[in-house]
Design a protein around this ligand. Structure first.
Ligand SMILES: O=C(O)CCC(=O)C(=O)O
Ligand SMILES: [Fe+2]
Length: 202
């Protein structure tokens, strides 16, 4: 183990109650992480997200993409998208995430945040079409960003930092009892890509 870059204990649950969050630390070398960041930037069909709120449609600066085993339809921020077929790199990354978590996934939602000013508001994932209490494997590439959880009743908060090439897993009842967000920050000027591997039920 590198004493200056210690790997966290993968079995630690970062939530005090009501769900399970594992932080695996680095699952890619820095060289691999740089490589995947560049390739995904160029090969993913990034689209501006449409979010519908209070009957209005907003176009987000953050870009998104949705891939899967089949052309699944996925409803997200009140809009429905059809999954694209896996790219070679996404297949490789999915295998790495599956090996670490011991779970399987049939789809992936990707987010591209160009700077720290792009963020994601408090939410929990997939009440409708995600497998109940299923695992979500979240791989981070690029700029290091804070990630936060907030309990729906007690409002207790848990924060961690997601490093370049790192993996976070949300599982069990996390989505039922906790919200999560990627807070905005003016300090970060560099882009970040996040991949959340999920299991959709059809
Ligand atoms: O960017 C992240 O780390 C989280 C993204 C997220 O929560 C989501 O796509 O549902
Ligand atoms: Fe989420």
């Amino acid at each position: 183990m590198d004493l200056f870059n210690p790997q966290p204990d993968k079995t630690t649950n970062w939530l005090p109650y009501g769900g399970t969050v594992h932080y695996f630390g680095f699952v890619l070398s820095q060289k691999q992480a740089d490589h995947y960041f560049d390739v995904l930037m160029d090969t993913i069909e990034w689209r501006n997200d449409e979010a519908k709120m209070y009957g209005k449609t907003f176009i987000t600066k953050r870009k998104v993409a949705w891939y899967g085993d089949e052309p699944f339809e996925y409803t997200y921020s009140n809009t429905t998208k059809k999954a694209l077929p896996w790219t070679e790199e996404l297949k490789l990354l999915k295998a790495i995430v599956e090996k670490e978590t011991g779970e399987t996934y049939n789809s992936c939602l990707l987010n591209l945040y160009h700077t720290g000013e792009e963020s994601m508001a408090w939410h929990s994932d997939g009440e409708l079409d995600l497998k109940k209490n299923g695992s979500i494997g979240s791989l981070s590439l690029g700029a290091e960003r804070k990630f936060a959880f907030k309990h729906k009743q007690t409002k207790e908060k848990v924060e961690l930092v997601l490093a370049h090439g790192s993996l976070l897993e949300m599982t069990g009842t996390t989505q039922t009892h906790w919200l999560h967000r990627l807070p905005p920050t003016k300090k970060i000027k560099r882009p970040r890509i996040n991949l959340t591997f999920r299991s959709i039920v059809t």
